[in-house]
Write a protein that binds this ligand. Sequence first.
Ligand code: UDX
Length: 474
Amino acid sequence: METEQPKQKSSPHVLIFPCPAQGHVNPMLKLAELLAIHNLHITFLNTKYIHNRLIQFNDDIQALLECYPKLQFKTISDFHDDEEEHPGFGEKIGDVVVALSLYGKPLLRDIIVSEKISCMIVDGIFGDLVIDLAHEFGIQLITFRTVSACCLWAYLCVPKLIQCNELPIRGDEDMDRMIRNVPGMENLLRCRDLPSFKRIAKENDHIALNHVVLQTQQSLKANALILNTFEDLEAPILSQIRLHFPKLIIYTLGPLHHHLYTTKKSPSSSSFFKADRTCMTWLESQPLKSVVYVNFGSITSMKGEEIIEIWHGLLNSKKQFLWVIRPNMVQEKGLLKELEEGTSKEQGLIVGWVPQEEVLSHKAIGAFLTHSGWNSTLESLVYGVPMICWPYFSDQQINSRFVSEVWKIGLDMKDVCDRKVLENMVNDVMVNRKEEFLKSAMEIAKLACKSVSCDGSSYNNFRDLIEYIRSTSP
Ligand code: UDX
């Protein structure tokens, strides 16, 4: 008599789909690489526009494919087919996200079917888009939020803040008013520290915020959540999220870029611009911890007068600086040339894009003037570099508050853009309070490294995530 053979589990095939923005593609590609190292079958899905940029500016992408035969890239349309009119990935990224959210479902369905996907790891910004698909195909849905846990928690508390009349903030309101109803942050948050879209969305701030809040709530209907943070950094806030969402499995895996460093030599780059490597030679000629590194990320746009204030603040501080001004960041014609010509080679170098992780790990860097994007914050804290924060939008306002008041690894300029304030802060971080900031930055850097080392929390969580993906695949 024939005995029935136990049904063989097929090897899981994971679809990873980031929001088409630099700060989302970077950590999600790093996760893809980590999973590929563990021999999982991965399809990394980009919009055509973003994929073309990745191929154009990163030789590593081809090498990545050769290294991991089970990793493949696929593309989908973002419904902006005219290259000339494409909104890009900067301030107008919302247009692409909305188009994908509205029309992307059939395209995703095709990929799930044709690639026989058994698990999806999808950017939490697409909460609505994927929940039905996961149910339809009976596959695991894991959302990846690229923001900090403190920002995620603040988003989740927005409905309560509205209920308690703490939100919305009126136009004439005192921005120093304390916010009382975000559990775990009672004596910390002022109105000005809440996630905001004001500098980008202006009068429609509440619409943008409502959209993100809604997507955040939807995204927690997934089976599990991945955060690019680590337990020792955000433990009290993670406890709050776990307390309020007891059924949700939360995998804290960060800092993901460092996780890769501990696994192999160096992670692949996924820049949307060509990195200018001349800065590395320039850094080699600078003394230990003498340079202020200035970079406001991939989305921030600046007014001419703000750039001028930052420039004078840096010049007056008398410290050397390396300043990244993206090609699409300055609207005023001639301003960039004026800055370049008015900066002596001895004091400063201005370039268009750099290999940021390499820069931050360089011994010449003494401080980071940053927009407090979550990736930049994590990259800085891993290398023990104190920060001066000038947050732009979204999660950055709350990240900068945590940097200055909770982790105490820097200072927060917040809404102020003033040359004297910047000059003083540079001198505080680099000279007057140097030892104090370096001490706390090195302590946090040690914790970050510990979390991704053997038996650290992120290391163990990653092992559990792989086990979860394998055990739940059909
Ligand atoms: C934004 C948000 O602020 C961020 O918190 C959110 O999670 C994603 O969207 P962004 O403005 O791009 O991101 O900033 P950030 O999160 O810091 O990401 C920028 C990435 O680009 C970093 O990984 C950084 O290393 C990289 N980068 C930036 C470079 O490699 N070179 C550069 O010159 C500038």
